[in-house]
Design a protein around this ligand. Structure first.
Ligand code: FAD
Length: 476
């Protein structure tokens, strides 16, 4: 996708490149286009950007010096973490300077008494999880890209993932932030406090801002008790309505120990089994819908609770078949099937993607209405809904008709968006539940967001970034 912004920045002079280079050192200022290529291309190849310079700072002071110099010369910057974002926010679409935070990967402090961990922005999520586990704690944020995405990116996109049901989204896991502002000032908010009512909540401004207000350089995160027992089931059922009933039973029986509840359409499971490496169907027979659910408990009661939930599901005629993972490898297999779901759509041709949320109770009606509307618009198109039912968040993807023309199908992206978003908004939902706005949904935002909210967002942007150098053209 080629995103053209209204104003393209002027080329960087060799003198200015040399000044930026002197901040990070020769080794960490990348100008060779072959070396820049992986930073300006994202994994699905949906967006391709360009940049004359990638800077890889190693400290907050270096990030500050970069921002100061960029302000002096009105140079636009694009912050980047793991480059796994799905809305084109981390891509320099118009030749901006890219600031990669990946070198800032230190864990500065782990405090098990306060249950906090202070990480630099470039710490990979999986490393943060491992380090927490090593001190017998849990950092619960979990998503398919966790081997590559970074804490800075997770906070900047306010990532959700598969455990938001129990632990909340990234915003709820952050206690404090260190942020470099556009003019180079450093906001030191690395607080470990849960309670601090001393004025406006500045931290939350930067979480979910997608790099448009400043560069997050470090964060103090909450740690949680490590569960002693984790039990996972893969369930076959007839409909999203039955899945919703099973969710209600599960929440009543398991309360806060229900940590994941994923709804998967049969077609989504089929793609994953067909195209994923080492992915096997967990059940003997096929069902129209599946639920992947997980309980994590500090006691040894998770298995009994899960069995009781499934038994009630069978008795009520909601559950048609189910298997509980017998060991860690089987559990990993269930999650692998789920994690491969996005990638498995690529071999099926074009896929028009939506990341929507509606009130949990409205999910079955949303799926039914959206399926009918999309297939009416493009006969033969294949809706592939899956996602976090417990959060009302569905990845409503639509694959092209079998044997159809991919370019023609992808050319209808905005038409399909319009049909789906219309249903979402009618149901009181959001057009971006997890992935953010970036450039992908930027043009739709003013039509779907409260007018006063948009005015306030523009005011905050103008105050914190008056020259508009922070990730220009994203979100607003
Ligand atoms: P990037 O992609 O590098 O950047 C994302 C945005 O944050 C950009 O706007 C960028 O400018 C900004 N940014 C990055 N670092 C900083 C920083 N330090 N300071 C300021 N701005 C910054 N997302 C979910 O929410 N839930 C999921 O379940 C989920 N599953 C995924 C599964 C797969 C297979 C993939 C590929 C992606 C998935 N994502 C999901 C999307 C993505 O992984 C998340 O948005 C993730 O949080 C991005 O982190 P990142 O480090 O890769 O950020």
């Amino acid at each position: 996708m080629n995103i053209v912004q209204p104003s393209t920045p002027p080329p960087l002079s060799p003198e200015l490149i040399a000044q930026f280079r002197s901040i990070v050192g020769d080794k960490y200022a990348v100008t060779d286009q072959a070396d820049i290529a992986p930073y300006v291309t994202e994994e699905r190849d949906l967006f391709r950007g360009r940049s004359p310079l990638v800077l890889r700072p190693g400290s907050t002071a270096e990030v500050s010096a970069i921002c100061k110099l960029a302000t002096e010369h009105r140079i636009a910057l694009v912050p980047q973490g793991g480059n796994t974002g799905l809305v084109g926010g981390q891509t320099p679409h118009n030749g901006e300077v890219l600031v990669s935070l990946r070198r800032m990967d230190k864990i500065r402090d782990i405090d098990t008494a306060s249950n906090t961990m202070t990480c630099e922005a470039g710490v990979v999520l999986q490393i943060a999880q491992q380090r927490a586990s090593e001190v017998d704690r849990l950092f619960p944020l979990s998503l398919g890209a966790e081997g590559s995405c970074t804490i800075g990116g997770n906070l900047s996109t306010n990532a959700g993932g598969t455990t938001a049901l129990a632990y909340g989204v990234a915003r709820e896991m952050a206690l404090g932030l260190e942020v470099v502002l556009a003019d180079g000032r450093i906001l030191n908010g690395l607080s470990k406090l849960k309670k601090d009512n001393t004025g406006y909540d500045l931290r939350n401004l930067f979480i979910g801002a997608e790099g448009t207000l400043g560069i997050i350089t470090a964060a103090t995160l909450k740690l949680f008790p490590k569960p002693r027992a984790v039990e996972t089931a893969f369930v076959g059922l007839k409909s999203p309505a039955d899945a919703l009933k099973l969710l209600s039973i599960s929440q009543n029986e398991a309360a806060g120990t229900l940590t994941s509840f994923e709804l998967l359409a049969d077609i989504a499971v089929g793609f994953s089994v067909r195209h994923g490496i080492d992915v096997r169907h967990p059940l003997a027979g096929q069902h129209p819908w599946y639920v992947l659910m997980e309980l994590s408990s500090p006691r040894d009661d998770a298995r009994a609770t899960l069995e009781a939930i499934l038994a009630k599901g069978f008795d009520d005629g909601i559950v048609d078949d189910a298997v509980i993972a017998a060991n860690l490898s089987q559990r990993s297999g269930f999650w692998k099937l789920r994690d491969e779901m996005s990638a498995a759509q690529k071999p099926e041709g074009g896929s028009i993607k939506h990341d929507i949320s509606v009130p949990v109770a409205a999910v079955p009606a949303f799926i039914a209405e959206a399926n009918a509307a999309v297939v009416k618009l493009i006969p033969g198109s294949r809706p592939v809904p899956f996602g976090h039912l417990g959060d009302g968040n569905i990845h409503y993807n639509v694959s092209q008709p079998v044997g159809g023309n991919t370019a023609d199908f992808m050319g209808r992206w905005h038409e399909v968006n319009a049909v789906v978003f219309d249903i979402v908004l009618r149901m009181g939902g959001s057009i971006s539940a997890e992935h953010g706005i970036g450039v992908l949904k930027r043009d739709e935002l003013p039509d779907v967001k409260d007018k006063v909210a948009i005015e306030l967002m523009r005011g905050i942007k103008a105050m914190l970034d008056p020259l508009g150098i922070m990730n220009p053209g994203k979100v607003l």
